[in-house]
Design a protein around this ligand. Structure first.
Ligand code: GLN
Length: 446
């Protein structure tokens, strides 16, 4: 009730929720009381959390931030949300997001922009901006997010919370509305690494409903949280500290790195030479996959259908034109173009080759060091509307996050300080399935 009341009084300013499920939350809280009374509780039993509105929740509206799904009530539950249900967590509602997770500022939502709780004139980051703002403002204990090219880490950085993008395949994508299937990964967003560890206990692990789910057993993320960091080697990639990085953000990151030296870590320079190529490669691969994934929204089986269609083609085209926002339409067109005959080799195939080089950069660097650190984003949260008319400036915000998804490795955003009153996130990137290590490192720092 405390959290539902806070949402009622505070969220009109933030717009972080698309749906608040009051009744269901109170029912689940009652059920949690029974679990607790019977001694069947987990650490998540009765904990009020929020879910990004692209996790399908049976019986609860799931919009993906889009007008095309403004009436979609899923007949089934995503694996992630059902695992939280089984653990006894309480769902407060569904959080706002960029439409189909396409964006870096949460200004692409059909349901309106989300505001940053630290400064209501600034963006919370995107695309999991609703989840980040809700956790940051204390409207939920924790939330789920998804990260295709930075959408957990960048909003976590902008809103001063902790977020983890797991290894690709660690968290099931079943029931998660697809943006770019080879990059999408769900993960936790919370106030601390320790809270993220509790969430990962429930979220992670093999799922036979997702063909790309990894059979690597889910780790125990809690037992090593307190391990000391002596002997840890941290790599600093020079490409993460070059042109484009705000100098005050750089200072904050360098100060954080010094803290790790005090905790017993050794710092080494490493290189990720193909970083610059991550933006062009990502912005070919992600729209290509999106153009294919989004073909299912045709006005026939579910979602928005235009009124009085003349014929089948009229129904397809008008339903999609009315249902999808501008950014989504743009990406469908870019992706369709990149996949079309004659262009596939020049764009999509080339981007896939670059992806391989980026992955090899990480594999090589992680032979020399245990983890890699750098900024999450080149700046702190920017002003609402300040980049909406300049797509290149908006895409440049993703420079430090995209390559992690292209490689499939795990990475975190951890609060590292403030610049002019706005939070700055430190990024910690690790080897495949090293989530427990990342959480341990972040927890020691926090
Ligand atoms: N900003 C990137 C994009 O717009 C990443 C979004 C995401 O991770 N979902 O595609």
């Amino acid at each position: 009730r405390l959290f539902l009341d806070r949402i009622k009084t505070i969220d009109p300013q933030l717009n972080s929720f698309i749906t608040v499920s009051d009744e269901l939350a109170l029912q689940q809280a009652k059920a949690a009381d029974t679990l607790l009374a019977n001694g069947n509780a987990t650490s998540l039993t009765g904990i009020p959390i929020a879910h990004k509105d692209l996790f399908c929740t049976q019986g609860t509206l799931t919009t993906c931030g889009s007008n095309i799904l403004n009436n979609f009530i899923p007949p089934y539950e995503s694996t992630v949300t059902s695992r939280f249900q089984q653990a006894g967590a309480v769902m407060l509602g569904k959080t706002n997001m960029d439409e189909f997770a396409m964006g870096s500022s949460n200004e692409n939502s059909f349901y309106g922009a989300v505001k940053n709780p630290w400064d209501l004139n600034k963006v919370p980051g995107g695309s999991s901006g609703g989840s980040a703002a809700a956790v940051s403002a204390g409207l939920a204990v924790a939330a789920t997010g998804t990260d295709t090219g930075g959408s957990i880490r960048q909003p976590a950085s902008f809103c001063g919370i902790t977020g983890l993008k797991p290894t690709y395949g660690r968290v099931s994508r079943f029931g998660m509305i697809a943006y770019a299937s080879s990059l999408d990964q769900g993960g936790p967003m919370a106030k601390s690494a320790e809270d993220c560890a509790h969430l990962m206990q429930a979220m992670g692990g093999f799922d036979d409903k997702d063909s790309t789910s990894s059979e690597t057993p889910n780790d125990d993320y809690l037992t090593n949280l307190n391990a000391p960091l002596t002997g840890l080697t941290i790599g600093l990639p020079k490409e993460y500290f070059g042109e484009g990085l705000d100098s005050k953000v750089a200072d904050t990151i360098n100060t954080a790195v010094k803290e790790f030296e005090k905790l017993g870590a050794t710092i080494k320079d490493v290189s990720l030479p193909n970083l610059q190529l991550s933006i062009p490669a990502y912005y070919v691969i992600a729209p290509s996959e999106a153009s294919s994934n989004l073909s299912r929204f045709d006005g026939v089986r579910f979602g928005h259908r235009c009124e009085n269609p003349k014929d089948l083609m009229d129904m397809y085209t008008r339903s999609r034109a009315e249902g999808f926002g501008r950014e989504v339409q743009k990406r469908i067109m870019v992706g369709t173009y990149a996949l079309s005959e004659g262009y596939y080799d020049a764009y999509y195939l080339k981007a896939q080759k670059i992806r391989r080089l980026i992955k090899e950069d990480f594999v090589n660097a992680l032979k020399e060091v245990d983890v890699i650190m750098g900024p999450v984003a080149p700046t702190t949260a920017f002003g609402l509307g300040s980049k909406t008319s300049d797509p290149v400036a908006m895409y440049l915000e993703d420079i430090y996050t995209l390559s992690v998804n292209l490689a499939g490795i795990p990475a975190m955003s951890v609060p590292a300080g403030f610049v002019d009153g706005m939070p700055v996130g430190l990024q910690i990137m690790g080897d495949y399935f090293a989530e427990a290590k990342l959480l341990n490192i972040a927890h020691q720092y926090q």
